[in-house]
Design a protein around this ligand. Structure first.
Ligand SMILES: Cc1ncc(COP(=O)(O)O)c(C=O)c1O
Length: 326
Protein backbone atom coordinates (compact mmCIF):
# COMPACT_ATOMS: atom_id res chain seq x y z
CA UNK A 1 0.00 0.00 0.00
CA UNK A 2 1.10 3.59 -0.57
CA UNK A 3 1.53 5.78 2.53
CA UNK A 4 -1.51 7.82 1.45
CA UNK A 5 -3.66 4.67 1.41
CA UNK A 6 -2.47 3.66 4.90
CA UNK A 7 -3.22 7.21 6.06
CA UNK A 8 -6.75 6.86 4.70
CA UNK A 9 -7.20 3.67 6.75
CA UNK A 10 -6.04 5.49 9.91
CA UNK A 11 -8.29 8.45 9.23
CA UNK A 12 -11.29 6.23 10.09
CA UNK A 13 -10.23 6.52 13.74
CA UNK A 14 -10.55 9.72 15.79
CA UNK A 15 -7.42 11.60 16.86
CA UNK A 16 -6.95 14.46 19.30
CA UNK A 17 -3.73 15.81 17.75
CA UNK A 18 -2.21 16.67 21.13
CA UNK A 19 1.30 16.65 19.73
CA UNK A 20 3.39 18.97 17.58
CA UNK A 21 3.92 16.56 14.71
CA UNK A 22 5.97 15.91 12.68
CA UNK A 23 8.93 15.57 15.02
CA UNK A 24 12.42 16.38 13.67
CA UNK A 25 14.59 13.72 12.08
CA UNK A 26 18.27 14.55 11.75
CA UNK A 27 21.70 12.97 11.44
CA UNK A 28 23.76 12.56 14.61
CA UNK A 29 26.97 13.81 13.02
CA UNK A 30 29.34 13.29 15.94
CA UNK A 31 27.83 10.02 17.13
CA UNK A 32 28.11 8.76 13.54
CA UNK A 33 31.77 9.77 13.36
CA UNK A 34 32.56 8.11 16.70
CA UNK A 35 30.82 4.89 15.74
CA UNK A 36 32.03 4.88 12.12
CA UNK A 37 28.41 4.58 11.10
CA UNK A 38 25.61 6.71 9.72
CA UNK A 39 23.16 7.24 12.57
CA UNK A 40 20.03 9.39 12.31
CA UNK A 41 17.64 10.22 15.12
CA UNK A 42 13.84 10.58 14.99
CA UNK A 43 13.09 12.93 17.85
CA UNK A 44 9.92 11.58 19.39
CA UNK A 45 11.27 12.96 22.66
CA UNK A 46 10.19 16.27 21.09
CA UNK A 47 6.51 15.60 20.48
CA UNK A 48 5.95 18.88 22.27
CA UNK A 49 3.29 17.84 24.75
CA UNK A 50 3.85 17.49 28.51
CA UNK A 51 7.62 17.04 27.96
CA UNK A 52 7.19 14.68 25.01
CA UNK A 53 7.80 11.02 24.30
CA UNK A 54 6.43 8.07 22.34
CA UNK A 55 3.29 7.89 24.43
CA UNK A 56 1.99 11.09 22.80
CA UNK A 57 1.31 9.26 19.53
CA UNK A 58 -0.58 6.48 21.31
CA UNK A 59 -2.57 8.96 23.38
CA UNK A 60 -3.57 10.92 20.28
CA UNK A 61 -5.79 7.95 19.42
CA UNK A 62 -6.56 6.67 22.93
CA UNK A 63 -7.90 9.92 24.33
CA UNK A 64 -9.87 10.70 21.17
CA UNK A 65 -11.60 7.32 21.47
CA UNK A 66 -12.28 7.87 25.18
CA UNK A 67 -13.87 11.26 24.46
CA UNK A 68 -15.92 9.81 21.61
CA UNK A 69 -17.28 7.18 23.98
CA UNK A 70 -18.29 9.90 26.46
CA UNK A 71 -15.80 9.11 29.25
CA UNK A 72 -15.08 11.95 31.66
CA UNK A 73 -12.51 10.25 33.90
CA UNK A 74 -9.30 8.39 33.11
CA UNK A 75 -7.55 5.78 35.26
CA UNK A 76 -4.20 4.34 34.35
CA UNK A 77 -1.27 2.79 36.15
CA UNK A 78 2.49 2.46 36.10
CA UNK A 79 5.59 2.82 38.24
CA UNK A 80 6.10 6.03 40.27
CA UNK A 81 8.19 7.54 37.48
CA UNK A 82 5.96 6.30 34.63
CA UNK A 83 6.29 8.35 31.45
CA UNK A 84 2.99 6.99 30.19
CA UNK A 85 1.11 8.06 33.34
CA UNK A 86 2.60 11.56 33.07
CA UNK A 87 1.47 11.93 29.47
CA UNK A 88 -1.90 10.24 30.01
CA UNK A 89 -2.59 12.66 32.86
CA UNK A 90 -1.69 15.55 30.54
CA UNK A 91 -3.83 14.25 27.70
CA UNK A 92 -6.78 13.73 30.05
CA UNK A 93 -6.74 17.02 31.95
CA UNK A 94 -6.16 19.16 28.86
CA UNK A 95 -9.20 17.49 27.29
CA UNK A 96 -11.39 18.18 30.32
CA UNK A 97 -11.17 14.73 31.91
CA UNK A 98 -10.33 13.92 35.52
CA UNK A 99 -7.08 11.88 35.78
CA UNK A 100 -6.38 9.15 38.35
CA UNK A 101 -2.96 7.51 38.42
CA UNK A 102 -2.23 4.26 40.25
CA UNK A 103 1.52 4.47 40.85
CA UNK A 104 3.56 1.54 42.13
CA UNK A 105 6.24 2.33 44.69
CA UNK A 106 6.49 4.09 48.05
CA UNK A 107 5.34 7.69 48.04
CA UNK A 108 8.40 9.94 48.37
CA UNK A 109 8.41 13.03 50.61
CA UNK A 110 9.53 15.17 47.71
CA UNK A 111 8.02 14.75 44.22
CA UNK A 112 10.54 14.85 41.36
CA UNK A 113 10.67 14.03 37.62
CA UNK A 114 7.47 12.57 36.19
CA UNK A 115 5.77 12.58 39.57
CA UNK A 116 6.29 16.31 39.92
CA UNK A 117 4.71 16.83 36.49
CA UNK A 118 1.73 14.62 37.51
CA UNK A 119 1.28 16.91 40.50
CA UNK A 120 1.49 20.08 38.37
CA UNK A 121 -1.23 18.66 36.12
CA UNK A 122 -3.53 18.10 39.09
CA UNK A 123 -3.71 14.34 38.59
CA UNK A 124 -5.15 12.33 41.49
CA UNK A 125 -2.20 10.25 42.65
CA UNK A 126 -2.86 6.91 44.34
CA UNK A 127 0.38 5.18 45.36
CA UNK A 128 0.61 1.47 46.13
CA UNK A 129 3.83 0.17 47.61
CA UNK A 130 4.41 -2.82 45.35
CA UNK A 131 5.71 -3.51 41.85
CA UNK A 132 3.19 -6.31 41.33
CA UNK A 133 1.14 -5.29 38.27
CA UNK A 134 -1.79 -7.50 39.38
CA UNK A 135 -2.00 -5.60 42.66
CA UNK A 136 -2.00 -2.29 40.75
CA UNK A 137 -4.88 -3.65 38.65
CA UNK A 138 -6.87 -4.67 41.74
CA UNK A 139 -6.36 -1.22 43.27
CA UNK A 140 -7.37 0.42 39.97
CA UNK A 141 -10.61 -1.65 39.96
CA UNK A 142 -11.40 -0.52 43.52
CA UNK A 143 -10.95 3.12 42.53
CA UNK A 144 -12.92 2.63 39.33
CA UNK A 145 -15.85 1.15 41.33
CA UNK A 146 -15.74 4.10 43.74
CA UNK A 147 -15.67 6.68 40.95
CA UNK A 148 -18.43 4.91 38.99
CA UNK A 149 -20.63 4.92 42.09
CA UNK A 150 -20.12 8.71 42.19
CA UNK A 151 -21.57 8.91 38.66
CA UNK A 152 -18.27 9.24 36.76
CA UNK A 153 -17.81 7.60 33.35
CA UNK A 154 -14.46 5.92 33.77
CA UNK A 155 -12.01 4.87 31.05
CA UNK A 156 -9.26 2.50 32.15
CA UNK A 157 -6.02 2.33 30.16
CA UNK A 158 -3.58 -0.53 30.81
CA UNK A 159 0.16 -0.08 31.43
CA UNK A 160 1.84 1.80 28.58
CA UNK A 161 -1.36 2.17 26.55
CA UNK A 162 -0.32 -0.85 24.48
CA UNK A 163 -3.73 -1.81 23.14
CA UNK A 164 -4.80 -1.75 19.46
CA UNK A 165 -6.04 1.86 19.63
CA UNK A 166 -2.65 2.95 21.01
CA UNK A 167 -0.82 0.88 18.38
CA UNK A 168 -2.42 3.05 15.68
CA UNK A 169 -0.18 5.88 16.91
CA UNK A 170 2.95 4.11 15.74
CA UNK A 171 1.48 3.03 12.44
CA UNK A 172 1.10 6.79 11.94
CA UNK A 173 4.62 7.24 13.36
CA UNK A 174 6.02 4.84 10.77
CA UNK A 175 4.28 6.74 7.95
CA UNK A 176 5.85 9.94 9.24
CA UNK A 177 9.30 8.33 9.09
CA UNK A 178 8.64 7.28 5.47
CA UNK A 179 7.68 10.88 4.68
CA UNK A 180 10.89 12.11 6.37
CA UNK A 181 12.88 9.70 4.18
CA UNK A 182 11.22 11.01 1.06
CA UNK A 183 11.76 14.64 2.04
CA UNK A 184 15.42 14.10 2.95
CA UNK A 185 16.16 11.67 0.12
CA UNK A 186 17.48 8.92 2.42
CA UNK A 187 16.74 5.29 3.18
CA UNK A 188 17.23 3.36 6.39
CA UNK A 189 18.18 -0.28 6.69
CA UNK A 190 17.02 -0.56 10.32
CA UNK A 191 15.10 1.29 12.99
CA UNK A 192 16.28 0.85 16.62
CA UNK A 193 14.22 1.81 19.68
CA UNK A 194 13.36 0.72 23.24
CA UNK A 195 10.82 -2.06 23.73
CA UNK A 196 8.73 -1.91 26.92
CA UNK A 197 5.03 -2.71 26.79
CA UNK A 198 5.54 -3.34 23.03
CA UNK A 199 2.89 -1.09 21.47
CA UNK A 200 5.49 1.03 19.70
CA UNK A 201 7.01 -2.09 18.15
CA UNK A 202 3.62 -3.44 17.03
CA UNK A 203 2.75 -0.13 15.36
CA UNK A 204 6.08 0.22 13.54
CA UNK A 205 5.89 -3.39 12.40
CA UNK A 206 2.36 -3.08 11.02
CA UNK A 207 3.27 0.23 9.37
CA UNK A 208 6.32 -1.33 7.72
CA UNK A 209 4.35 -4.39 6.57
CA UNK A 210 1.52 -2.27 5.12
CA UNK A 211 4.02 -0.10 3.22
CA UNK A 212 6.07 -3.12 2.06
CA UNK A 213 9.20 -1.59 3.61
CA UNK A 214 12.25 -3.85 3.32
CA UNK A 215 14.23 -2.66 6.38
CA UNK A 216 14.35 -4.20 9.85
CA UNK A 217 12.43 -3.04 12.91
CA UNK A 218 14.80 -3.81 15.82
CA UNK A 219 13.37 -3.53 19.33
CA UNK A 220 15.91 -3.42 22.14
CA UNK A 221 14.05 -4.80 25.10
CA UNK A 222 14.34 -3.05 28.46
CA UNK A 223 12.09 -5.49 30.28
CA UNK A 224 10.89 -8.72 28.66
CA UNK A 225 12.75 -11.70 27.26
CA UNK A 226 12.90 -11.86 23.49
CA UNK A 227 10.70 -14.97 23.10
CA UNK A 228 7.92 -13.68 25.35
CA UNK A 229 8.05 -10.23 23.72
CA UNK A 230 7.80 -11.66 20.19
CA UNK A 231 4.70 -13.67 21.11
CA UNK A 232 3.10 -10.58 22.69
CA UNK A 233 3.91 -8.37 19.69
CA UNK A 234 2.42 -10.93 17.28
CA UNK A 235 -0.72 -11.07 19.42
CA UNK A 236 -1.02 -7.27 19.64
CA UNK A 237 -0.55 -6.98 15.86
CA UNK A 238 -3.30 -9.56 15.34
CA UNK A 239 -5.71 -7.62 17.57
CA UNK A 240 -4.81 -4.42 15.73
CA UNK A 241 -5.46 -6.03 12.33
CA UNK A 242 -8.93 -6.94 13.62
CA UNK A 243 -9.51 -3.31 14.55
CA UNK A 244 -8.27 -2.16 11.14
CA UNK A 245 -10.33 -4.86 9.39
CA UNK A 246 -7.37 -5.82 7.23
CA UNK A 247 -4.34 -8.03 7.47
CA UNK A 248 -0.92 -8.42 5.86
CA UNK A 249 1.99 -10.81 6.43
CA UNK A 250 4.29 -9.51 9.10
CA UNK A 251 8.08 -9.42 8.64
CA UNK A 252 10.17 -11.34 11.23
CA UNK A 253 9.77 -9.87 14.72
CA UNK A 254 13.17 -8.85 16.05
CA UNK A 255 13.58 -8.23 19.78
CA UNK A 256 17.07 -8.15 21.29
CA UNK A 257 17.01 -8.72 25.06
CA UNK A 258 20.78 -8.50 25.49
CA UNK A 259 20.86 -4.99 26.95
CA UNK A 260 18.36 -5.22 29.86
CA UNK A 261 21.05 -5.77 32.48
CA UNK A 262 19.91 -7.02 35.88
CA UNK A 263 16.29 -6.08 35.40
CA UNK A 264 13.82 -3.44 34.18
CA UNK A 265 14.73 -0.03 35.56
CA UNK A 266 18.14 -1.16 36.81
CA UNK A 267 20.81 1.06 35.18
CA UNK A 268 23.57 -0.62 33.14
CA UNK A 269 27.11 0.58 32.46
CA UNK A 270 26.44 0.37 28.70
CA UNK A 271 23.30 2.47 29.10
CA UNK A 272 25.17 5.09 31.13
CA UNK A 273 27.91 5.20 28.49
CA UNK A 274 25.28 5.65 25.76
CA UNK A 275 23.78 8.59 27.66
CA UNK A 276 27.23 10.19 27.90
CA UNK A 277 28.01 9.62 24.23
CA UNK A 278 24.71 11.01 22.94
CA UNK A 279 24.68 14.10 25.15
CA UNK A 280 28.35 15.03 24.83
CA UNK A 281 28.61 14.31 21.11
CA UNK A 282 25.32 15.67 19.79
CA UNK A 283 23.44 17.23 22.74
CA UNK A 284 20.73 14.58 22.77
CA UNK A 285 19.58 13.44 26.20
CA UNK A 286 18.55 9.84 26.80
CA UNK A 287 17.48 8.10 30.04
CA UNK A 288 18.67 5.09 32.03
CA UNK A 289 15.43 3.07 31.83
CA UNK A 290 14.53 3.15 28.12
CA UNK A 291 16.37 5.16 25.50
CA UNK A 292 19.83 4.76 27.10
CA UNK A 293 19.56 0.97 26.97
CA UNK A 294 18.23 1.09 23.39
CA UNK A 295 21.14 3.33 22.35
CA UNK A 296 23.54 0.95 24.11
CA UNK A 297 22.24 -1.77 21.81
CA UNK A 298 22.68 0.39 18.72
CA UNK A 299 26.23 1.37 19.77
CA UNK A 300 27.14 -2.27 20.33
CA UNK A 301 25.77 -3.28 16.91
CA UNK A 302 27.89 -0.55 15.29
CA UNK A 303 31.05 -1.39 17.23
CA UNK A 304 30.75 -5.09 16.47
CA UNK A 305 30.24 -4.32 12.75
CA UNK A 306 26.75 -5.81 12.72
CA UNK A 307 25.76 -2.63 10.90
CA UNK A 308 27.82 -1.93 7.76
CA UNK A 309 29.30 1.59 7.74
CA UNK A 310 27.55 2.47 4.47
CA UNK A 311 24.03 1.80 5.85
CA UNK A 312 21.88 4.55 7.31
CA UNK A 313 20.29 3.48 10.59
CA UNK A 314 17.59 5.28 12.52
CA UNK A 315 17.44 5.60 16.28
CA UNK A 316 13.87 6.35 17.31
CA UNK A 317 14.21 8.45 20.47
CA UNK A 318 11.15 7.52 22.50
CA UNK A 319 11.72 10.15 25.19
CA UNK A 320 11.81 9.49 28.94
CA UNK A 321 14.70 11.85 29.66
CA UNK A 322 12.70 13.60 32.39
CA UNK A 323 13.75 10.55 34.46
CA UNK A 324 17.21 12.15 34.67
CA UNK A 325 15.64 14.68 37.03
CA UNK A 326 13.93 12.13 39.28
C1 LIG B 1 10.64 6.61 27.21
C2 LIG B 1 10.05 5.34 26.77
N1 LIG B 1 10.61 4.70 25.73
C3 LIG B 1 10.13 3.53 25.28
C4 LIG B 1 9.04 2.94 25.89
C5 LIG B 1 8.56 1.64 25.35
O1 LIG B 1 7.44 1.81 24.55
P1 LIG B 1 6.38 0.64 24.49
O2 LIG B 1 5.79 0.54 25.86
O3 LIG B 1 5.42 1.03 23.47
O4 LIG B 1 7.15 -0.62 24.15
C6 LIG B 1 8.43 3.57 26.98
C7 LIG B 1 7.30 2.93 27.66
O5 LIG B 1 6.93 3.22 28.76
C8 LIG B 1 8.94 4.80 27.43
O6 LIG B 1 8.39 5.46 28.46
Amino acid sequence: MKTEEVKAVLSRFPQTAISLLPTPLHRLENVSRMLKASVFCKRDDMTGFVFGGNKTRKLDFLIAEALEKGYDTLITMGALQSNFCRMAAGAAVTRGMEAHLILGGSKPDKFTGNLLVDQFLGANIHTIDTMDWDKWGEYASEIETRLTSQGKKVCFLPVGGSVPTGVLGYIAGFLEIMEDCQRLGIEFSRIFFADGSLGTHAGLLIGSALCGWSGEIVGISVAKGSKEARVEIADLCQQTFEKLELTVDLPPIIVDDGYIGESYGCPTEAGKEAIQIFCKADGVFLDEVYSGKAAAGLIDYCRSSRIPADENVLFLHTGGNIELFA
